[in-house]
Design a protein around this ligand. Structure first.
Ligand code: GMT
Length: 374
């Protein structure tokens, strides 16, 4: 198949999934054309069957605001025409599904290019619900030839919040469990916890929905019981507030802010627990990455997290903001080696058996076939 993939290239789980999907499909012989404003950050080297098309923005003085959605639609038309695309697969509805709709209409007389939209999270649960976007997201989703959502939760939210009557296919996030795998050889653990302390890791983009301050409040309770360290990976709007909170709680010696990091597998492998207390999380790719490395997850009970984390089997789930319960669960895991080992093994097993790319990529491939046959 000849597939145009559009995603946010520089940031976030939707871009990761889109890029890894494109790479996996290219290896399976499909022709992949990434169409975006920058090279997806996971496209680090040349891969046969992958071409990148940059959307260039005009800086004509009259356009005070960049016309990205329109420039993207134009580029989609160009790539579909000259590369003879079968379909556009767009990740994150805003504005990608709308640009794809426009491109499809423009191409309509010449060719029938199908549009598949993958809903990832805040495109539906947050940004899309803003009054200025709601009808646009509803329309663009309804007009897509196919729609996938990354969890049952997100599918239900889409159908209810936007009053949409449409078949939405649930295709979960996936991971390469050959790359994200247990490996306890790294030097990171000793560096962070030289006296054998336990390690809690959290990775996110430090937006409000991630409730990163909760990780610090949970840690404050854990460290009172068990010598431990908290490692925070990533950056974003709430980082300063988190650093301030650490100072206020006198935790600076125990909390390490690493900022954005590439060596995630090594960091995750040093973790004893991964903590994700989000306010909203349609799937939780970060938690899956940890599980694949054999790290039990303590999470909030929101969104798609309960579809990933098995309570009392691969980790624990608590209500949003229930700091004490999350701390209690972590202390429980830190003080019970046998249980920790079992949860770690269960986590790895669940990642391999349900969310490995060899299982999920064919789900997308089959869905493409189904939509193309329509
Ligand atoms: O929706 C977002 O906040 C952005 C998006 C992204 O690009 O990172 O994250 C969502 O998509 C990921 C990949 O499907 C999911 O694993 C995340 O759970 C989801 N984030 C939220 O729902 C907050």
């Amino acid at each position: 198949m000849k597939i145009g993939i559009t995603c946010y290239p520089t940031y976030g789980g939707s871009g990761v999934i889109a890029t890894e999907l494109g790479k996996a499909l290219a290896k399976r012989g499909h022709q992949i054309h990434f169409i975006s404003y920058a090279l997806p950050f996971r496209l680090t080297h040349y891969i046969e069957n992958i071409v990148f098309h940059e959307v260039e923005l005009s800086n004509y003085p009259l356009f005070e605001f960049p016309l990205y959605s329109l420039a993207l639609a134009s580029k989609m038309v160009e790539v579909a025409t000259y590369e003879n695309l079968d379909l556009f697969h767009v990740h994150y509805a805003i504005p990608h599904a709308t640009s794809a709709y426009l491109a499809k209409q423009i191409l309509n007389e010449k060719m029938d290019v199908k549009v598949i939209t993958t809903l990832h999270g805040t495109d539906i649960t947050l940004v899309g619900l803003e009054p200025s976007f709601l009808s646009l997201v509803k329309f663009s989703t309804e007009q897509s030839d196919g729609v996938t959502a990354v969890s049952r939760f997100l599918k239900e939210k889409t159908l209810i919040n936007y009053s949409i009557e449409k078949d939405i296919e649930v295709v979960p996030n996936f991971i390469d469990t050959e790359i994200y795998k247990p490996n306890k050889d790294g030097a990171f653990r000793e560096h962070i916890a030289p006296n054998g302390e336990k390690i809690i890791v959290h990775t996110s983009n430090f937006r409000q929905v991630k409730r990163v301050t909760d990780t610090i409040k949970v840690f404050e309770q854990v460290v009172k019981e068990i010598p431990s360290k908290l490692v925070l990976v990533g950056d974003g709007p709430d980082r300063s507030e988190c650093e301030r909170l650490c100072r206020e709680l006198h935790l600076c010696d125990h909390v390490k802010f690493l900022g954005k990091q590439d060596a995630l597998v090594e960091i995750l492998n040093a973790a004893d627990v991964f903590l994700i207390p989000s306010q909203s999380e349609s799937f939780g790719l970060a938690a899956l990455e940890a599980m694949a490395c054999g790290v039990p997850v303590v999470s909030s009970s929101v969104g798609g997290l309960p579809e990933l984390v098995r309570h009392n089997e691969t980790g624990y789930i608590a209500e949003i903001g229930d700091i004490s319960r999350m701390a209690k669960y972590i202390v429980d895991l830190f003080s019970n080696e046998k249980k920790h080992k079992l949860f770690a093994e269960n986590s790895r097993k669940r990642a391999v058996e349900n969310f490995d790319k060899s299982i999920v990529v064919p789900m997308y491939e089959n869905y493409y076939k189904k939509i193309l046959e329509k």
